[in-house]
Design a protein around this ligand. Structure first.
Ligand SMILES: C[S@@+](CC[C@H](N)C(=O)[O-])C[C@H]1O[C@@H](n2cnc3c(N)ncnc32)[C@H](O)[C@@H]1O
Length: 301
């Protein structure tokens, strides 16, 4: 099998995967997938004009004293994530790692949740993916990064192929010798990488698509050739495309038909892909085989 793509609710697929069967998990969950709740708090007071009748015919009026919107949305988000992260930990192989991609506003809460599931000692890095795109508010520092939390299932024994990582140019090559300058340097936990170029061949049209370059870097560093990579919030299938480029196998899951349609086009013509719960043929018949992979985006650092 090259890859397997499920059109399904991810918790169902996770529950059916054997324990310790996956070498790497990357996920980029959407914020606020739990139901948006607006719980209105009411106080009931006795009132002759009240619209409710209670004990002994007394009339009561309900007064709105507030709404608890944001905390409920947030509680739902963590409650949504928790069972899926517990499953991610279970299906990871003993030497496996999780890369958890999240927005700067939620990362702190998710870190606490993940520490509880993996253990604090299993936390290896907070990767800052910095980009330079979009508007710049004038009333604070323009937020131009995402956070990626890296956890090892076993912090004393995990895959990290330091020699496989693509090196990047020195910022000031004149300050290092010519040999070092030619070899480039190892990236740190701060990754400068463009977003998916808006008119490049990599673009699939899926709104939350992440760049292949950052996925390639994770997969090269944290898996060996032939490894199995899982992304159960797959979207446009970037993780699968990067896994293919790196000679790894993949399992992708998404419950949105638009994501599956994009993946059907993206993986058109790739041998050995198993589709579960979805027929990609109608999307592939109309699509000429496109260039699946593109050159890595320019990097700074
Ligand atoms: C932020 S997007 C991922 C984008 C992806 N990293 C890429 O590069 O295209 C999150 C995806 O999770 C999917 N999703 C949300 N809840 C899900 C669930 N319970 N089961 C399966 N997929 C889900 C959404 O449909 C969406 O495509």
């Amino acid at each position: 099998m090259t890859g397997r793509i499920h059109f399904a609710e991810n918790l169902d697929v996770l529950g059916a995967l054997p324990s310790s069967s996956v070498d790497l998990v990357y996920i980029d969950p959407p914020f606020n997938t739990g139901k948006v709740q607006q719980r209105t708090q009411l106080k009931t007071v006795r009132s002759a004009e009240g619209d409710r009748v209670g004990f002994q015919g007394q009339r009561y009026e309900s007064i709105v004293i507030g709404t608890k919107r944001f905390s409920d949305v947030f509680d739902d988000y963590l409650a949504f994530l928790e069972p899926r992260l517990i499953e991610a930990h279970r299906v990871l192989a003993p030497h496996g790692c999780l890369y958890f991609h999240v927005d700067y506003r939620e990362v702190h809460y998710c870190k606490v949740l993940l520490d509880g599931i993996f253990g604090r000692a299993s936390f290896l890095n907070e990767i800052i993916w910095a980009y330079d795109y979009g508007g710049r508010p004038k009333n604070r520092w323009p937020p131009k990064h995402d956070n990626i939390l890296l956890y090892a299932k076993d912090p004393s024994d995990y895959v990290f192929n330091v020699d496989e990582i693509e090196r990047i140019p020195y910022m000031a090559p004149g300050l290092v010798g010519p040999g070092k300058a030619a070899r480039g340097k190892l990236p740190t936990d701060t990754w400068w990488h463009t977003i998916v170029p808006t008119n490049g061949s990599e673009k699939t049209g899926y709104p939350t698509q992440k760049p292949l370059g950052i996925l390639r870097r994770m997969i090269q560093a944290s898996t060996r050739p032939g490894a199995l990579v899982l992304d159960f919030f797959a979207g446009s299938g970037t993780t699968g495309a990067a896994a293919l480029e790196c000679g790894r196998r993949f399992i992708l899951v998404d419950d949105n038909p638009e994501a599956l349609a994009v993946m059907a086009r993206r993986f058109n013509g790739v041998e050995g892909i198993e589709w579960v719960g979805y027929d990609p043929a109608p999307h592939q018949a109309v699509e000429k085989q496109r260039g699946l992979f593109s050159a890595p985006a320019a990097q700074e650092g």
